[in-house]
Write a protein that binds this ligand. Structure first.
Ligand SMILES: [Zn+2]
Length: 176
């Protein structure tokens, strides 16, 4: 059975500026947990809070049926820690409220893991792998816009969506 405690790691860190997603919340008929890059949901758990704190309408993400190819989470390398890249940025006003590390100043080093045609951050795959009977979608379906871009995953008692990492060649071109 999924508990609120199991969903907590999917939330934004405790000290982050995004107060409305620091804990799981209800948007009936589901309880959701998200940090903005990953989101999980399961049938309402406990009493918790309703989505009244400004979290977006999460029911409209790409939860619908589409072509899927669910497989086991691949083998993941041992975690390697590094100084939080977000905290190292010069314009970071107050590191205690860092959305990436919650003020710990350290986070797991980002490693790209291939999931079908996409790449996911090992940090998030580790969170998913900790869920009971977790499986992730390797399908190479037609992808249109945000909803279809997200990588679907499911587990005993719920499901989720994970934003893939941007392809490396896109990053090298930089923003225009
Ligand atoms: Zn940080």
């Amino acid at each position: 059975m999924i508990t609120l405690k199991m969903l907590q790691p999917f939330c934004s860190p405790k000290n982050s500026t995004r107060a409305f997603i620091q804990n799981p919340f209800h948007q009936r008929p589901f309880t959701y947990a998200t940090d903005g890059r990953i989101i999980v949901r399961c049938p309402i758990i406990g009493k918790g809070r309703e989505n009244t704190l400004g979290a977006p309408d999460v029911s409209r993400l790409g939860w619908g049926d589409s072509i899927t190819d669910f497989r086991e989470i691949p083998h993941l390398p041992e975690p390697e820690m590094e100084a939080c890249p977000n905290c190292l940025m010069e314009d970071m006003m107050d590191q205690r409220t860092c959305d990436k590390c919650g003020g710990k100043r350290k986070r797991e080093k980002s490693v790209r893991i291939k999931i079908g045609p996409q790449e996911a951050d090992v940090y998030y795959l580790r969170l998913i792998a900790a869920l009971p009977e977790a499986r992730i979608d390797y399908s190479d379906r037609q992808r249109r816009g945000w909803d279809d871009l997200a990588i679907k995953f499911k587990f005993k008692g719920g499901e989720g969506l994970l934003m893939p990492m941007a392809p490396e060649k896109t990053l090298m071109k930089g923003c225009r």
